[in-house]
Design a protein around this ligand. Sequence first.
Ligand code: NAD
Ligand code: UFG
Length: 348
Amino acid sequence: MSVLVTGGAGYIGSHCCVTFLEAGHDVVVLDNLSNSSAESLTRVAELTGRSVHFEQCDIRDRAHVETILRKHSCESVVHFAGLKAVGESVEDPLRYYENNVGGTVQLLSAMQACNVKTIIFSSSATVYGEPQSLPLREDHPTAPLNPYGESKLMVEQILKDLKTSDPEWRIAILRYFNPTGAHASGLIGEDPRGVPNNLMPFISQVASGRREVLSIFGDDYPTEDGTGVRDYIHVVDLVEGHLKAHEALIKPSEQLQANTSECLTVNLGTGTGYSVQEMVRAFERASNRAVATQIAPRRAGDSAEVYASTQKASDVLDWTAGRGLQDMCHDTWNWVCKNPKGYDDSAE
Ligand code: NAD
Ligand code: UFG
């Protein structure tokens, strides 16, 4: 009995492998390595003392996915595989719909053919769009602002329709806020290709001297210091939320059993927002390095303030994020110091 982790060589997926292996699950990773390196899985094995079965495969290749599900007797799937760059999704929407939506349809079809009907899906707080009320609750209206967010919402709808058509499916939709940090060992972490789009990888590359200056996108938002506020969540807390969701699907509580007609849709965030300036200061403290900043215009599509309601995750999954901002910054810095070029270092 194994758990199939699609996108398991990537940032969140590799941390998920560690948590699931440590919890005693057998893990099979399916990844096409389009945005990752198999070195992450070597590190996962090193960390856990357990092997990970790796299958290089594209989720759009339904026949291959079926073969893998059967070969390893998979009983559930944690589905991370997908493209995630917001700007790129605006420039090339078809690629995003084809990979994220089309790919997920192929994956679900393969699962159905193999009678594997338990899945956890990586959704995103981006499905809410511009917040109308804070903290964002799961019943907040959805209105994505870009094709990436639309692709996540489309998959959510497909999963809901699938559950309606066949209540045997057990489905968790997890809406992540802003994942950051790295495993405390510094062996695995986020390894973005090219110029990072996201704040924390950019800050850490300025601190390490790889980039000169962080552009702060707007200092005139209606927030305490004028810079954008987000709900940053430590990646290890995030994947522990997946383990809880997996347990809830496999052994549903009475409360969940009463709701078996629905997908389990839950936010994974901390409920606390930090501004860009606060993040910079926290990173400077953790790294003991200065981070040069300059004020730049607002980035199109950004909201002033985004943070989660964590009530449902606490009530239904019995999960709350335990790690704080210092852990996120410290663990990111530890990873960057040990792997200044990301996973490429080990190739040299
Ligand atoms: P990542 O790019 O590090 O990992 C995604 C993995 O999926 C990569 O290893 C990539 O090679 C693989 N992949 C992509 N398309 C594939 C395909 N067609 N077939 C097989 N493998 C494929 O990204 P991540 O940060 O670990 O994100 C994981 C998931 O979480 C994504 O679905 C992402 O949209 C979602 N998410 C991420 C964030 C974030 O800020 N990191 C926030 C919300 C949601
Ligand atoms: N920011 C900067 N400079 C940078 C990068 C970011 O000032 O170089 C600011 C942004 O304007 C924003 C904050 O830092 O105020 C966080 O930006 P990120 O790009 O790190 O994160 P976002 O909240 O914009 O989006 C992220 C992921 C999305 C995901 C969303 C979930 O990129 O994929 O979190 O809430 F959907």
